[in-house]
Design a protein around this ligand. Structure first.
Ligand code: TTP
Length: 394
């Protein structure tokens, strides 16, 4: 079997982090999100990957090249973001007379369940949820999927569609579905045709995460950082303290007085300290720097991000080459203890998190002593003034 990975979306809901990279290339532990998807497919035994790229697609091509973990990789380009069925249709020239799997390049899956799903023939992955009304919900009878309904008021089951499918070869002829109400050609309409023609099995995944919004990138890192095998390959001072699962990659350095409390990953080229406190789950990306008297907790610092001195960063995502001035303090908790809100595509939404800090796009710079409010988004290249209290997105 081979797998089609959908990685053509822009990730408008995760802006500003996707302002210069496609969402599937955002980092989760030691690799981009889409590499975790590819790992799942490779470990389930696929013999080819077809990656559908679009927005900033070169970043995806540069990462995988023409093979990944011994499996050949082909690319298809989706010209317009016209929906998930359209994305698979863009790969038509690569679809063969064999059954094929389709996975979202921005989802994390439970690998054992995916291996099982690939074995059972036409199938769809699902997760059990308490409130299915916001999902595509599977209708089932006798271990067979009989239908799928989008965001139903009265859900026919608690099985939410997890966006991973095994289709029979003929499905490549059923991709020309009409646009849905939201104007996209949806893969679930292709699934509906497969359900009419074939027996489709539901396969329940224990764990699944769709990375759509910034706090889901934190959740993805919490998941994958927790799975890393601890190892200290970089330079770690004898005067540093390492507690719990910590990885310091070769080429990274940890100076005196630093306390690392896992799960923490310090990537190659990064430096921490002296006298810094980094608490899990935290990713300090390649060439990032956490300096003197800085505390970082449950955060993602992308490549080249710098928090040089006397700052606090909690529950936050700092994009590529962000620079926080001395004394920058992130607030990550509301006084009323309600979940922190964040603006996604112009709408205030609850993150569901009691603690959530800031989302800073690439090359943001804060002035010294900036105070940043919980849930704040700073767009690419935004700056703050010295001493400024920032409680509105910019
Ligand atoms: P979404 O997360 O629904 O879309 P997106 O990635 O563009 O993000 P946003 O809604 O924030 O703008 O997409 C689900 C998966 O399908 C994801 O892996 C991207 C992929 N996709 C495509 O490849 N082409 C498309 O036209 C669409 C809509 C999605």
């Amino acid at each position: 079997m081979y797998a089609v990975l959908l990685a053509a979306g822009e990730g408008t809901r995760i802006r500003p982090l996707s302002s210069d990279v496609p969402k599937p290339m955002l980092p989760v532990a030691d690799r981009p999100i889409v590499a975790h998807t590819a790992d799942t497919a490779v470990e389930a035994g696929v013999d080819k990957l077809v990656v559908v790229v679009g927005y900033e697609g070169d970043a995806v091509r540069d990462y995988f090249g023409d093979s990944y973990r011994g499996v050949p990789v082909d690319y298809a380009v989706q010209r317009e973001r016209a929906g998930t069925a359209d994305a698979v249709a863009a790969a038509r020239d690569h679809l063969t007379a064999e059954p094929f799997a389709v996975l979202n390049g921005d989802n994390l899956y439970d690998p054992d369940a995916i291996a099982h799903l690939f074995e059972v023939g036409p199938a769809v992955g699902a997760v059990r949820v308490d409130d299915p009304t916001n999902y595509g919900v599977l209708e089932t009878a006798d271990e067979t999927v009989t239908g799928i309904v989008e965001k139903p008021d009265e859900p026919p089951s608690t099985l939410a569609n997890a966006g991973v499918y095994v289709f029979p070869a003929q499905a490549r002829n059923w991709l020309e579905v009409p646009a849905s109400e939201r104007g996209e050609r949806e893969i679930t309409d292709v699934l509906a045709r497969v359900i009419e023609a074939d027996t489709v099995r539901p396969v329940v995944l224990d764990r699944w995460l769709d990375v759509g919004r910034p706090w889901e990138l934190l959740a993805a890192n919490e998941w994958k950082l927790d799975e890393l095998e601890p190892r200290l390959e970089g330079t770690v001072s004898d005067d540093a303290v390492v507690r719990g699962p910590v990885v310091v990659e070769s080429g990274a350095s940890v100076d005196a007085g630093v306390v690392l409390e896992g799960p923490v990953l310090i990537r190659s080229g990064a430096s921490v300290g002296p006298n810094a406190y980094v608490r899990g789950a935290t990713l300090v990306g390649e060439d990032a720097h956490v300096g003197h008297a800085v505390e970082v907790k449950n955060s993602v610092l992308m490549q080249g991000a710098t928090v040089g001195h006397l700052s606090y960063v909690g529950d936050s995502v700092l994009g590529r080459d962000v620079n926080f001035g001395a004394g920058t303090t992130v607030a990550n908790l509301r006084h009323d203890d309600e979940p922190v809100e964040h603006t996604v595509k112009g709408e205030r939404v609850s993150t569901g998190r009691r603690k959530f800090g800031v989302v800073a796009g690439p090359e943001v710079k804060t002035g010294i002593d900036s105070s940043l409010a919980p849930g704040l988004a700073l767009s690419a290249n935004a700056t703050t003034d010295p001493g400024e209290v920032v409680d509105r997105d910019r």
